[in-house]
Design a protein around this ligand. Structure first.
Ligand code: HEM
Length: 572
């Protein structure tokens, strides 16, 4: 029994709810088959009856229920397709301005609950986590990881429950604050190489570097330290086959999974005969080059000396009833999580470094004061480089790479502030909108002001604020498992890039900080060009000296294995 805005109790029939949820699917499934003659007529009849049933049940249902949160109406059955366009994060923000911080839209048979306020996201996803931590069903990932309906093994798409919690802990235990520091040596090594590689590209000082090439440099850095910490080896060259295969697997799995809109909306398409199914063919193609490394890197990681995340995950998994295959897939998703996100956010850091000149001067002044000209910044300097961290946080607020976050699925009907949040609705804590929540960030939300991350906006006397929302990493139990690794890695890359270079526009090719381009879950900047100008004559000398002195032995950088994690328990 739920309580509606009028204070009355409402009963909701779960079987009717579920039936209506799948009816749209049945309709589309039949309408997509290649048919002829009388078969076609029977299917048309089934479709029409189903449409009618959906219509009547939804009318009956809505009579006895509290209302959905307000929102724009769409076409009958199809719903409001504008709400899933590539710039949806901006459109959802507009919806928030018009309908309030909790809004809803229908697309096909799915209900999207759009949240543009930190308080609402916190009330629902954090406080009521047990009901708000499911995931949308992703049939393509089920095909890819060879799992049954609703039982994907990818951590990102696993349904919430004891198995999810175990697999989450297998990763998280090695990426918490205590363990994330094990990645620091690798981060320092890879960013030192980054500076060296950029300095060797003389053309980037005269004609500028295309952001596509810059992205490949940064992606190498990120991939190398994520797989370094995970499996215990590094990938120093952009064309290293280990690196290119992992990056290709990551891009392809994401691209294909996200582009299967039809399959995701109508999961019954999963049951097309395998020989005819484009989905099975696409999945088999990706698996062909993905499975060998996913399996092989785990095996070699277990044999390597010292600590690595794979060993730790495997030890916990084997002790608590997981299987080697599940451990492999769990690690694979984590690697993808690390590759697909931070490098793209760093491209926004570069756009900010080009377009926010006055702010960059303040970052560089602090770097010069704390670090000076004769060495590179490192992790030990971080407590004093507060403006560097504030700059990074402001980039993630201003241009969040996960602009609309990853949807959470509601398990059971719920009511919030008098509005129905129906079972199976997809909850969207819209990072773009929450980052513009004036209650937390003030009225100047469109401006780039790192000072807002200090108490009283005072860089000298204030301290860095940890009480402001960071929705780019999501909410609740499913918040980004690699947040700490992401923040540390981006800090190191950003601090060193800004210590070494002035980022300049190429003549006649201005960089537009509002130009973006959706890429699956992420919204990186549109392509641009940038010149890297060393800030001093001695930059080259310092980088070469530090680069030569770098420790490159990965097990040494990661440290010894310890047994502390065996004592940790899954938290409910
Ligand atoms: C700028 C960098 C990053 C951003 C913005 C980001 C953002 C996100 C978001 C929004 C989610 C979904 C949260 C939710 O559902 O509430 C997520 C999940 C996840 N992220 Fe990240 N991420 C980043 C970097 C990383 C890194 C470096 C790793 C690992 C090395 C990682 C691993 C994961 C994993 C494993 C999940 C799945 C969590 C789950 O469903 O339980 N992420 N991330």
């Amino acid at each position: 029994m739920l309580v509606g805005p009028d204070g009355r109790g409402y009963r909701i029939s779960a079987p009717v709810e579920r039936w209506a949820f799948y009816c749209g699917d049945i309709v589309s499934f039949f309408s997509l088959q290649k048919t002829n003659g009388s078969m076609l007529y029977s299917l048309l009849a089934v479709s029409l009856v189903s449409i009618f049933v959906v219509f009547v049940t939804s009318k009956l249902r809505s009579r006895n229920r509290p209302p959905l949160p307000p929102g724009p109406k769409g076409l009958p059955l199809i719903g409001h397709l504008r709400a899933i366009a590539s710039d949806k994060h901006k459109y959802w923000y507009q919806i928030g301005q018009e309908y309030g911080p909790l809004a809803s839209v229908k697309v096909g048979h799915l209900t999207f609950i759009i949240i543009n306020s930190h308080d609402v996201a916190h009330d629902l996803i954090v406080k009521r986590f047990a009901n708000y931590s499911g995931r949308a069903r992703t049939p393509f990932i089920e095909i890819l990881d060879e799992s049954k309906d609703w039982t994907s093994k990818f951590i990102l798409t696993r349904q919430y429950g004891p198995e999810y919690r175990l697999h989450r802990r297998m990763l998280e235990s090695g990426m918490t604050a205590a363990y994330a520091t094990r990645f620091h040596g690798l981060m320092e090594l890879e960013t030192c190489q980054l500076l060296n590689d950029l300095l060797e590209d003389k053309d980037s000082r005269t004609n500028g570097m295309n952001s596509v090439l810059l992205f490949k440099h940064i992606e190498r850095v990120q991939t190398s330290f994520v797989i370094g910490g995970t499996y215990g080896f590094r990938t120093p060259h952009r064309l290293d086959p280990n690196l290119t295969t992992i990056i290709k697997s990551s891009h392809d799995s994401n691209d294909i999974a996200v582009s299967q809109t039809l399959l995701n909306f109508f999961p019954s398409l999963k049951y097309l005969p395998k020989s005819l199914s484009p989905y099975y063919k696409a999945a088999a193609k990706v698996r062909e080059y993905t499975s060998p490394w996913v399996h092989g890197h785990l095996i070699t990681a277990l044999e390597r000396p010292g600590w690595n995340l794979a060993k730790q995950s495997y030890a916990i998994g084997m002790k608590e009833g997981s299987t080697p295959r599940e451990v492999e897939v769990n690690l694979e998703t984590n690697v993808y999580g690390g590759i697909e996100t931070s490098p793209r956010e760093l491209m926004w850091v570069v756009v900010a470094a080009i377009t926010q000149r006055d702010v960059v001067r303040k970052v560089q002044a602090q770097l010069d004061e704390v670090v000076g000209p004769n060495r590179l910044p490192n992790f030990v300097d971080r407590p004093k480089l507060t403006y560097v961290d504030a700059f990074l946080r402001e980039v993630m607020r201003w241009r969040p790479i996960m602009a609309d976050s990853i949807p959470h699925r509601v398990e059971k009907d719920d009511v919030y502030n008098g509005f129905l949040i129906p079972a199976n609705a997809l909850i969207m804590p819209n990072a773009w909108g929450i980052n513009r929540d004036t209650k937390y960030f003030g009225d100047d939300v469109e401006e780039f002001i790192p000072e807002r991350w200090f108490t009283n906006r005072d860089v000298k006397k204030g301290t860095l604020r940890n009480d402001l929302p960071t929705p780019v990493f999501g909410y609740g139990r499913r918040t980004c498992a690699g947040k700490r690794i992401a923040e540390d890695g981006m800090y190191m890359q950003m601090a060193r890039l800004l210590w070494a270079f002035d980022f300049q526009e190429v003549d006649g090719e201005p960089v537009d900080p509002t130009a973006d381009l959706r890429h699956t879950f992420t919204v990186p900047p549109a392509p641009f060009k940038v010149k890297f100008m060393p800030r001093r004559k001695t930059v080259r000398e310092v980088v070469t000296k530090e680069w030569r002195a770098c420790e490159t032995d990965v097990p040494k950088l990661l440290g010894e294995m310890d047994n502390h994690f065996f004592d940790m328990k899954t938290v409910d």
